[in-house]
Every structure is written in structure tokens, then in C-alpha cells.
Design a protein around this ligand. Structure first.
Ligand SMILES: [Zn+2]
Length: 116
């Protein structure tokens, strides 16, 4: 447990609420939300459902709103949790031109048999 520097209440820095709102390690989740001390928009890790070694993209956004919208669209388009069957559908969610930049892209290895 840690003591919050703002309200001097003990809180669990590993709690899901704390992880969700972010903020500094010595600020309780309530104060982070109330005071709006968390300003960084979290990176979003995207994983394609291609098999054992999936492609991973890490992208940054200018706002949480964009991040969430992109995440939602990505999951709809790539069939996250649904397999690739959704690609057969005629309707697709549009990802759109949201402001973002790629931080990193780790391409999956399509050679499943381990040959070089
Ligand atoms: Zn607090």
C-alpha cells in the first residue's frame, strides 16, 4: 500500500483502478481522476490474430478518445476474439484518419516451420 500525496489515504498502486486512470505512483486513483493529473495518452498495443507469432503494432494518439475509437475499430476490423471470419463480411468498421503515429511494429514471422 502507498500513501497518496494529495489526500493522504492509503491505496493499492497495483489495483486495476489505479492502472486504469494512471497518474503518478504516489497519487491515489481518486485524486488522479479528480485533479486530472494524468495527461499522457497511453500507448495502444495492437495484436493481429495470425497465429503463434502475431504482428504487434504500438501506436500513439493525441487523445484517449482517438485511442479508444481506434482500438474499437481495430478489433472490429481484425476480428479480435472472433477469428478472421469477419473478413468475409461485406461491412467493415472504418478506422478512419485519426491522428496517430506508429511507435513500433513487430511483424509476425510467417515461417511457421522454423526454416531459415
Ligand atoms: Zn488521493
Amino acid at each position: 500500500m502507498r500513501e497518496c500525496i494529495h489526500c493522504v489515504t492509503d491505496f493499492d498502486p497495483n489495483s486495476s483502478a489505479k492502472k486504469r486512470v494512471g497518474g503518478k505512483i504516489n497519487e491515489c486513483p481518486d485524486c488522479v481522476e479528480e485533479l486530472g493529473t494524468e495527461t499522457a495518452v497511453k500507448y495502444l498495443g495492437l495484436q493481429a490474430g495470425e497465429g503463434k507469432t502475431a504482428s504487434i503494432s504500438i501506436v500513439a494518439f493525441e487523445s484517449d478518445e482517438d485511442r479508444q475509437a481506434y482500438s474499437k475499430a481495430w478489433k472490429a476490423v481484425t476480428g479480435f476474439h472472433k477469428g478472421k471470419s469477419c473478413h468475409l463480411s461485406g461491412s467493415q468498421t472504418t478506422i478512419g484518419n485519426r491522428p496517430m503515429r506508429h511507435i513500433a511494429y513487430n511483424s509476425g514471422n510467417s515461417n511457421h516451420k522454423g526454416k531459415s
